[in-house]
Design a protein around this ligand. Sequence first.
Ligand SMILES: NC(=O)c1ccc[n+]([C@@H]2O[C@H](COP(=O)([O-])OP(=O)(O)OC[C@H]3O[C@@H](n4cnc5c(N)ncnc54)[C@H](O)[C@@H]3O)[C@@H](O)[C@H]2O)c1
Length: 393
Amino acid sequence: MFAHINHDFRMPTVFRFGVGAFATLAKEIETIGAKKVAIVSDKGLEKVGVVQRVVELIEPLSVPTVTYTNIAGEPTFQLLRDAVETLQAEKCDLIIGIGGGSALDVAKATAALCGKDDISSYLSGAKTIESRAVKCILLPTTSGTGSEVTLNAIFGDEEQQVKRGLVSPAFLPDAAIIDPELTISCPPRVTAASGVDAFTHAIESYIAIKSTPLTKVYSEKAMKLFTSNITRAVHNGNDLEARIGMSWVSSLAGVALANAGVGAVHALAYPLGGTFHIEHGVANALLMPFVFEVIGKTCTEEMIEVASFLQLGDYKSRPHQALKAVVAYMYQLLEDLDLPTSLSELGIDEGSLPMLAEQAAKIDRLLSNTPYKLNEQKILGIYQSAFKGREGN
Ligand SMILES: NC(=O)c1ccc[n+]([C@@H]2O[C@H](COP(=O)([O-])OP(=O)(O)OC[C@H]3O[C@@H](n4cnc5c(N)ncnc54)[C@H](O)[C@@H]3O)[C@@H](O)[C@H]2O)c1
């Protein structure tokens, strides 16, 4: 148990959390001594005025600023190339990413790729990104992917119709600034989907083969805070306490993800994103109960613990009922948060399931971190159950 050697625990250089932390961005820019700043965000955040708020905050510093908000939907490698070309030409020495996982992933990967030759070999995964020449600050507006504290950046591969993650320590920003107030404007569906995404990070990292006693502390606290805050954050977006709670969930679960990795739920979710463009959080939320019904069988102890974190009861004297309780909780979440409950509801045709299973079975990085060995046949069975939904099984 916990025997593997690679226990290096990674965090961004600065981790700053608090209501009002957004305003400290100006000081951070001064500390870095940036000569030219790029703000990377998406169309939705531009519309709600978030990008303008950053521009106005930087204005008194008299530092030239460019904005890159060409992101609509979850990003592709093509978009990343465009962002790198554009911002490299601008010769920015600091990239500020503000947004959900989509904008943050583009911001951190762009910062790490600016100034590098032969971008394609990094994007294909043939070469690892070892260092970053451009400074980077990340501010999340969803709770969330935890992208501000992770070593991952996820992009759609349009040619192969899959989603693929790049992983590099250079993706950790110089500063992660988490201000829960930035999430107040987040609409209910995004709050629900990204919130359950964070929960998926917490529970998957908790049972992950690469988990350690240290990462489990983060996963545990994230699960405890999730259960007491998610419903309020989704159904009353102005509830600042709930937003603060969910911002912690996102960052704590993100640190756990960064250091223990995630597993099968994510492996099965990626092909749904790549082929059918289902939002990442929605795909994870929907698949989670169906995946855990299978993989949870190998982690009875952990399921007893998780049931306790989620306040589902004490299952020590009836260990084999713990998994059932956890899975029932996951199904109930979908209903309570108005999220889709079956793949058929998402308009996916049954004939595509073998192709999805074939793609998911190839994602060894995630499947090998899951304590239940899933093969293509078993993965297909999970997709089939998820297709019908809980009622249909
Ligand atoms: N890097 C990582 O470690 C990591 C982890 C998990 C997921 N991801 C990736 O992150 C992406 C998903 O990110 P996400 O779930 O945060 O959603 P997102 O970034 O795609 O945003 C979803 C929508 O919500 C809007 N939005 C975000 N914050 C808002 C706010 N405060 N107010 C109003 N609108 C707001 C955006 O404009 C967008 O239209 C996927 O591509 C996924 O693969 C990355």
